[in-house]
Write a protein that binds this ligand. Structure first.
Ligand SMILES: [Zn+2]
Length: 262
């Protein structure tokens, strides 16, 4: 990477002798800013790694800039999902796949999971979810890297860390496709306890939360569901009504108005 940087710089200095149009200058500034930002994130990550006195994180592709603290390896693990996460993920999925939209137009959504971990490392709290975007009927990806960095910074401000990702399978069930598996492998190489949450809003019918959480076995290339509990006594029976009640928020509208306010 440092070699690339060097050659990049020398190219630039050669070019700078010639006249450079505004567009090119702008592009160059953008590149420099991006580089600075990434460097800063990396520096912070390095500091965190030292602070947590743990083994080093394996880095791959986007993982280089995608942070996660290293938790002590533990034999047993509890995963506790916050109601906020459930509502955010469900309403995000529901926004692009609900009875008001013709079913052939339902599309997948994708986002990042933010978590925290208890001192002994036994309990992973899935605290919040950060909606990133939506895709086609069968595929969603995080397209804009800048948004990923923004989400990363927001998560860090809350003293949380990226503990995985979520996406929806509108009406086709809870499983990991080949692409999903590949994505999950990248997350787990970054942090081995990363979670892949898959939600099918079609399954939110009062009998289930409509999602499962998966992990990948890197060696055998298998995926498997991991058990979790929802924080508090949050009965899935109330989820459909709750989702329908909060749905105006998803579109940036007030939940309700007084007749006076019309
Ligand atoms: Zn999928």
């Amino acid at each position: 990477m440092s070699n690339e940087d060097k050659s990049d710089k020398s190219n630039k200095s050669n070019k700078s002798n010639k006249s450079m149009d505004l567009d090119e200058i702008r592009k160059q500034i953008k590149r420099e800013l991006k580089k600075e930002l990434l460097l800063e994130i990396r520096r912070e990550l390095k500091y965190e790694e030292k602070a947590t006195k743990e083994q080093k994180v394996e880095t791959v592709e986007m993982a280089r800039e995608t942070p996660a603290p290293i938790a002590p390896a533990t034999g047993k693990e509890n995963i506790i999902v916050s109601v906020t996460s459930v509502l955010k993920i469900a309403s995000h999925a529901y926004k692009y796949a609900n009875p008001k939209i013709p079913k052939p137009k339902w599309v997948e959504v994708i986002g990042i999971l933010a978590g925290s971990i208890d001192v002994n490392g036994h309990t992973l709290f899935l605290e919040d979810a950060y909606p990133m975007g939506h895709g086609t009927t069968v595929y969603a990806e995080i397209k804009d890297y800048k948004n990923y960095v923004r989400a990363y910074n927001d998560i860090k401000k809350k003293d949380l860390f990226v503990c995985g990702w979520y996406h929806s399978h509108p009406s086709y069930g809870l499983f990991m496709s080949k692409e999903d598996f590949g994505t999950q492998v990248r997350y787990q190489k970054l942090w081995k306890r990363s979670l892949a949450l898959v939600i099918d809003p079609y399954l939110i019918d009062g009998s289930s939360y409509g999602f499962k959480i998966f992990r990948a076995r890197l060696k055998t290339k298998e995926w498997y569901p991991v058990p979790f509990v929802i924080k508090g006594a949050f009965d899935p029976v109330i989820l459909p009504e709750l989702l329908s009640f909060i749905s105006p928020i998803v579109y940036g509208n007030a939940l309700y108005l007084e007749y006076d306010e019309d």
